[in-house]
Ligand binder design. Structure first.
Ligand code: C5P
Length: 400
């Protein structure tokens, strides 16, 4: 049985943590609860303990509690630490390594993976101090789920700051605890646009949002894969359990992709700029220097083709995306041949796919072309991850 240590912080979203305990227990995850003092202003240890089926821990300086279990044992006797709700204050304490109450001491003492589900007022979430703390914690390898956009419970304000729903946190917990079908497999996903410098302030780029690639990275991680997401600039946060490498240009994306080798699967979803300026000017090109400048372009490296043609180091499965408006299957088959990849996920981009929430795709492999119904990008991602798992499982020696 997997064991989660749930730290409940002091926010109104604490009431949703009771539901989270129930959702985890109904899937056979044991939950031990630590509550901060502020959390006890919102919900009682009695309620949390009744749902968890265990006593709740609240006090670092309670002799009986420390004698009985102690903060070091709490920190060790679990597979994952979850902080929900993670308040702005708790994030700040964690970022600085403070340990002046039981919850923060446990967090500092644990060597287990940690998942935060932040909840706070949108202004507090957007504040530069919180952003910095978030970056610090992410850089330290902590995972985050949410916050989501929506209405705040206290003020009725809208914005990003609502704690993720209990089911969403439960899914993130399972991703973090995962021993799914892709456990031990190494995956690369490229996502988002690339930007190609004209000079230090100007660049060429495109409208890719990165949504489909991020959803695929998340879905692969949920099945247990060890995922590297090489991403051009986007507004998205890294999915739970995924290692993100930020890049700007196609050449940086290629280098970061090669650095992720060896790989079992590579899914190239990025909208890589086809061309870049021949030469990025060192200084800002002056507006009135010599009239309108001509920007000569040169071809960018093709990351998908490069990885497909690696020889011995080639990932077992290489998947490309193709945006098509007509003769989708024919063009996609030509692309498989030209690039040397195994599959193409062809999207019909005649609608509002770029930046939109849904996608209509055809999965084209050497021996099939399967049109999937229009669905959310997360749905496409999950279905693709399942197809990938089926193939990699069959390719693994010694497994049926
Ligand atoms: O050739 P085209 O741009 O249509 O191919 C799209 C596919 O190739 C996508 O999977 C995209 O991520 C990948 N690609 C790449 N490097 C490039 C251009 C495209 O990896 N320079």
């Amino acid at each position: 049985m997997k064991r989660v240590l749930l730290i409940i912080g002091g926010g109104i979203a604490a009431y949703k943590s009771l539901e989270l305990i129930r959702r985890l227990r109904e899937r056979d995850v044991a939950v031990r609860v630590v509550m901060t003092e502020a959390a006890q202003r919102f919900i009682t240890p009695l309620a949390a303990g009744a749902i968890a089926g265990e006593r709740v821990f609240t006090d670092l300086f309670d002799q009986a509690q420390e004698f009985d279990v102690g903060h070091i044992r709490l920190a060790r006797e679990c597979d994952l630490v979850v902080v929900a709700p993670a308040t702005a204050d708790f994030m700040a304490k964690a970022a600085h390594g403070l340990a002046n109450d039981l919850a923060s001491a446990v967090l500092l003492a644990t060597a287990r993976p940690i998942l935060f589900a932040p909840a706070m007022n949108p202004q507090m979430w957007a504040n530069a101090a919180t952003r910095r703390n978030l970056e610090t914690l992410q850089a330290r390898g902590l995972s985050f789920v949410g916050p989501n956009e929506g209405e705040m419970a206290e003020s009725g304000e809208r914005g990003v700051g609502r704690m993720a729903e209990p089911e969403q946190i439960r899914d993130a917990v399972f991703a973090a605890l995962s021993d799914g079908p892709l456990k031990g497999k190494r995956a690369l996903v490229t996502a988002g646009p690339t930007i190609e410098a004209i000079d230090p302030v100007r660049f060429l780029s495109n409208r890719s949002s990165g949504k489909q690639g991020y959803a695929i990275a998340a879905a692969l991680a949920q099945l247990g894969a060890d995922v590297t997401l090489v991403s051009g600039p986007t507004n998205l946060s890294a999915p739970v359990g995924v290692k993100r490498v930020n890049v700007e240009s196609a050449r940086e994306m290629l280098a970061a992709s090669e650095a992720a080798l060896p790989l079992d699967v590579a899914v190239m979803v990025a909208a890589v700029a086809d061309w870049r300026p021949m030469k990025a000017a060192k200084g800002k090109i002056k507006k009135d220097a010599a009239g309108i400048p001509a920007i000569a372009l040169q071809e960018n490296p093709d990351i998908l083709a490069t990885l497909s043609k690696l020889g011995k180091k080639r990932p077992k499965l290489v998947i490309g995306f193709a945006a098509e408006t007509d003769h989708v299957e024919e063009h996609a088959r030509a692309k498989i041949a030209k690039k040397g990849c195994d599959w193409i996920v062809a999207n019909d981009v005649s609608g509002d796919v770029m930046g939109g929430a849904e996608n209509t795709v055809i999965l084209i492999t050497k021996d099939k072309a399967e049109a999937w119904p229009r669905m959310a990008k997360e749905g496409v991602a999950r279905k693709l991850a399942v197809e990938i798992a089926a193939v990699l499982d069959a390719k693994s020696p010694g497994r049926k």
